[in-house]
Design a protein around this ligand. Structure first.
Ligand SMILES: NC(=O)c1ccc[n+]([C@@H]2O[C@H](COP(=O)([O-])OP(=O)(O)OC[C@H]3O[C@@H](n4cnc5c(N)ncnc54)[C@H](O)[C@@H]3O)[C@@H](O)[C@H]2O)c1
Ligand SMILES: O=C(O)[C@H](O)[C@H](O)COP(=O)(O)O
Length: 374
């Protein structure tokens, strides 16, 4: 058996080697020649898995250690009988932490959650976690997800137009879909921009092509958008420098890059390969994940509202401005910064010690966010 593996997928080195010839290679450089005699291909978003790459090879299975599948031509793979899998939900907790860090900064800048409506476009694994996060912090929430509305009934959901006109913050969590009734390519274009509540905050951590660059520039110029947060960009890694200079926060597609998120992606991928090829790796887990030097948060100030304490605790675990700063200093380094991303652990790793005077609603909020409270 031969397997070709993107060498940036963490924890996979050596795992399949007892059962297969394994070629580790940079995702973008994986070629047809590498795959001619391969049985399986394990990728991230940086390998285009289509006819050009795979036709004439012996690959029987393509696994991506990501939720997104827009780098794979699924219709062609299915037509050719090549099995594929992704890693649903693997990094949803990580994106939750990323959005939490944005919300924490907005809160510290004066946003009062109970007076603010957050609109979530795409309410799947990530969007549902953002819904719980926002509700736990006390935000009002609007949800848009036409496929879910068709399946489950429209009660819980609203139209995109209504969401855009009535939200103070809009955050996108859809897949990139290029065609069909649920297409999301340039979902946020100039016509939708015109519907946006004046001065809204816009966040995109889905795929760059969901929010049209031209519309984002126009929205920032005419004040329709007050603050733009982008983790994903059109034409990555060659991002639009004009747009980058105007965003409030810009990061190099790392929303899903917590240690936990990456480890889940690797685990789900190995399990899928093990099932497909009958390998004894169904229970495989990565060994000892790195932890922060001091994963404890002690609370002292008890008079402030719970959401302020929560915002400070969120930023102790992850301050998005550090990622923004790195990219601002060296935008050319987009891909390198992804490849050498620092250790980030999600809320459940952090232990909060309340003081004797900490209010019960603060503890309740922190627990609802996913922190461990001693
Ligand atoms: N920046 C990152 O690091 C990062 C990390 C994780 C996910 N993502 C992106 O976010 C996307 C969502 O992730 P997920 O785990 O929640 O995926 P998911 O498949 O669980 O959820 C996607 C949701 O979007 C909905 N949807 C589809 N078309 C829609 C449309 N036209 N309008 C509104 N909603 C629509 C689906 O019904 C589904 O509920 C991924 O496909 C990926 O592109 C990015
Ligand atoms: O689709 C996903 O899961 C995310 O966008 C993920 O963060 C992509 O990471 P990459 O494969 O580019 O390392």
């Amino acid at each position: 058996m031969k397997v070709v593996v993107d060498d940036k997928i963490p924890a996979l080195k050596g795992v399949l080697d007892p059962y297969a010839d394994v070629l580790y290679k940079e995702g973008k450089a994986i070629s047809k020649e590498d795959l001619v005699d391969a049985d399986a291909l394990i990728v991230r978003t940086r390998t285009l898995c289509n006819k050009d790459l795979l036709e004439g090879t012996s690959v029987r299975m393509v696994a991506t250690a990501t939720i997104g599948t827009d780098h794979m031509d699924l219709a062609w793979l299915e037509q050719k009988g090549i099995h594929w899998c992704n890693a649903p939900g693997c990094n949803s907790g990580s994106v939750k932490q990323y959005i939490a860090s944005v919300l924490a900064h907005l809160i510290l800048d004066g946003t009062v959650p109970s007076e603010t409506t957050l609109g979530i476009v795409g309410v799947g694994m990530v969007g549902s976690k953002i819904e719980s996060l926002a509700k736990a912090l006390g935000f009002k929430v609007l949800l848009n997800d036409p496929p879910r509305a068709r399946r489950e009934g429209a009660d819980k959901f609203c139209s995109l137009d209504y969401l855009l006109s009535n939200s103070d913050i809009v955050t996108f969590h859809t897949p990139l879909i290029r065609q069909g009734e649920d297409a999301t390519f340039h979902l946020m274009d100039e016509s939708k921009l015109a519907l946006l509540k004046k001065g809204a905050v816009v966040i995109n951590s889905s795929r760059g092509e969901v929010c049209e660059t031209r519309a984002m520039l126009k929205g920032l110029d005419n004040g329709q958008i007050s603050r733009l947060v982008l983790d994903v960009w059109e034409n990555e890694p060659n991002i639009d420098s004009k747009l980058h200079n105007k965003v409030w926060i810009g990061t190099p597609h790392i929303a899903g890059y917590s240690v936990d998120g990456k480890s889940n992606g690797s685990t789900m991928t190995i399990h899928a390969i093990a099932r497909e090829f009958g390998l004894p790796l169904q229970d495989w887990q990565p060994t000892s994940l790195p932890v922060p030097d001091y994963p404890f948060i002690h609370l002292d100030n008890n008079s402030e509202p719970a959401y302020l304490t929560a915002a400070k605790a969120i930023l102790r675990t992850y301050d998005i401005l550090e990622d923004d700063k790195r990219l601002r200093e060296d935008p050319e380094d987009f891909e390198k910064q992804r490849g050498s991303y620092p250790v980030r652990r999600e809320f459940h790793i952090w232990e909060i010690t309340p003081s004797r005077a900490t209010r019960p609603e603060t503890i309740e909020m922190l627990m609802a966010l996913g922190f461990r409270v001693k």
